[in-house]
Design a protein around this ligand. Sequence first.
Ligand SMILES: Cc1cc2nc3c(=O)[nH]c(=O)nc-3n(C[C@H](O)[C@H](O)[C@H](O)COP(=O)(O)OP(=O)(O)OC[C@H]3O[C@@H](n4cnc5c(N)ncnc54)[C@H](O)[C@@H]3O)c2cc1C
Length: 306
Amino acid sequence: MSLSATSAGPREVVIIGASLAGLFAAAAADAAGARTMIIARDTLPETPLARKGVPQGRQPHVLLHQGLLAAEKLVPGIREDLLNRRCTLRAPSLGSTSTAGCLPGYPRTRRSRRLGRCWSSWSARRYAIHRQTGNRRHRYGRSHSWPAGLLAVGDAYCAFNPVFGQGITVAACQALLIRDALKHDSSRAERGPLETRRLQHRIGAAADFPWKVATTEDLRHPSSSGSQPRVQRFFGLWTTQLARLAAHGDRGAYLAFARVYHLMAAPAMLFHPSLAFSACRAAVRGMPEQNPRPRALDALMRSRSA
Ligand SMILES: Cc1cc2nc3c(=O)[nH]c(=O)nc-3n(C[C@H](O)[C@H](O)[C@H](O)COP(=O)(O)OP(=O)(O)OC[C@H]3O[C@@H](n4cnc5c(N)ncnc54)[C@H](O)[C@@H]3O)c2cc1C
């Protein structure tokens, strides 16, 4: 997206891409009173339909709780709307994109792969194959030649392995940062390259933790192309232990996991002393009996194989 300052009258924001990151950014600019133009490659359908530019639109998406809160701030009433459209809400007990091709060519900083390079989805009894599903991040805004007023958000800045369901949430959180910058800091955000780079840096920071989660998990996979630093390896081992505790009915481990995964708590929560105590107890006494497999899951598997 691109911000431009005018001496008088409303500010202008041009957004490239009308998928979720673009639309969240448009809602953010609108809330800040800017005049917004969206440039879309596809003709947008009247009703919700998958289109060429957003092939993943064919399959159900997970929205993390933090993403739901951010989306509700940007588009008040969206939660109700989603529920009315039969989205399932699972609150875990909690208290732009492919347009990267349009931006100056910056190198990918890290990439790992899981499940090969494709992700298949089952929808209406048909498989859809998606490629380019590795974690991909561009460090836009670091170069001194980065143009003033140009910001990269959503998958254009950082795309995650879809297995983790983080992309929409990060895009919504980034849009909130843009809204606040335009509202409270607008003249500075638009003034020059330095301010643009600072805002881009804050936008990038919103992806930091989800990026760690996705890459830590993916680097454990034998087919991934990188190696894990020691700290990351330790983090991976510890979260595996917590996942086992959670699967065996440890409520503390489950809640810590759910809150951190849904970006509702800092990762430090995973290192709470009570969890270390539970892990030690399980090491001495053995794990409690495993939670039974949900009946609904068995029914779903049966209906799929029928
Ligand atoms: C298979 C799959 C499953 C996923 N599952 C989840 C999930 O469960 N939960 C989750 O949070 N995230 C998921 N994601 C990620 C999520 O879909 C994206 O993070 C989210 O849609 C935000 O993407 P975006 O708007 O940045 O980019 P995209 O959705 O890729 O949209 C890019 C837009 O830019 C347009 N465009 C591209 N080039 C141009 C151009 N030159 N000019 C004009 N317009 C252009 C395209 O037409 C499109 O409209 C999944 C992704 C994939 C691939």
